[in-house]
Design a protein around this ligand. Structure first.
Ligand SMILES: Nc1ncnc2c1ncn2[C@@H]1O[C@H](COP(=O)(O)OP(=O)(O)OP(=O)(O)O)[C@@H](O)[C@H]1O
Length: 255
């Protein structure tokens, strides 16, 4: 069995609050993996740790068999993890195409002086970036808005555009923070098809999602966090019957 992501022993404290306690997660290559849990369980904190926005107090991180150090977001992107955010973070006044081109720049070699002097190399590289960005807009289904400012796209299309921008970095793992938030049922269905296509193309996906139906229908494996601890992990069928999961969602302080 080969894993794309192997994480063990993650601890993170905010002052007096232990937000993550010894959290571990293993994602097999090519899987869609769901991270769920009640509000305040620590999902976003864990995502932020994996993607370099927060520094863990401890933890071991391996991507595609190699240790990686999530010390800063650009290092994580270069290692091969791309992410989207719960609150969409596009450049609103730039076109859809330009937003994706920005993502692609993580993988390019052009220098500042090359761009200033418009050397033959930078001109060729820019054309390749533009063409790949167009392909990605088409792939996620928003090609017709290529030249529209991102802020004019519908909410669902902005989420797709964020995914296109993340894919532009050629990630090994795509980390999606609540990709279906705010979507209507039709948009959710087509998001599900898009994520299935991405899995089919060999990119592993980790997602935080509140829509349990979407998670259970789409994900190969699920980890459930509650109060910063892993309370269950496994296939959706096993997890949904786990008494600790039922208790976390239906009982106690979260009811
Ligand atoms: N920067 C921070 N400083 C202090 N406490 C924080 C910080 N970020 C998160 N927390 C706390 O850590 C705990 C876990 O929060 P987190 O946002 O990770 O949960 P979550 O599972 O993503 O919740 P939700 O589903 O509501 O987004 C919460 O008690 C939260 O208040």
């Amino acid at each position: 069995m080969s894993f794309i992501l192997e994480i063990a022993g993650v601890n993170k404290r905010f002052g007096g609050l232990q937000a993550l306690s010894d959290v571990a997660l293993q994602i097999e290559k090519g899987q869609v993996y769901g991270l769920i849990g009640p509000n305040g369980a620590g999902k976003t904190t864990f995502f932020n740790v994996i993607t370099g926005l927060y520094q863990a107090d401890s933890g071991d991180f391996k991507l595609d068999g190699q240790p990686y150090n999530p010390a800063a977001p650009h290092l994580v992107a270069a290692a091969g993890i791309a992410r989207t955010f719960q609150n969409i973070r596009l450049f609103p006044d730039m076109t859809a195409l330009e937003n994706v081109m920005v993502g692609r720049h993580v993988r390019t070699k052009g220098t500042f002086w090359g761009a200033m002097l418009r050397t033959a190399y930078t001109v060729r590289e820019e054309a390749a970036i533009r063409s790949r960005a167009r392909e990605l807009l088409d792939y996620v289904g928003v090609a017709k808005y290529a030249d529209h400012p991102a802020k004019y796209l519908s909410y669902g299309d902005q989420r797709r555009l964020e995914i296109a921008r993340a894919l532009a970095t050629d990630p090994k793992l795509l980390a999606l923070d609540e990709p279906a938030a705010g979507m209507n049922p039709t948009e959710k269905l087509s998001l599900r098809s898009l994520l299935e296509a991405i899995r089919q193309d060999g990119i592993s996906i980790l997602l935080i999602e509140h829509d349990v139906k979407l998670v259970m229908g789409l994900c190969d494996r699920v980890t459930v966090l509650d109060y910063g601890k892993v309370i269950a992990a496994g296939t959706p069928d096993v997890v949904r019957k786990d008494p600790a999961v039922i208790e976390a969602y239906l009982g106690g302080a979260h009811a």
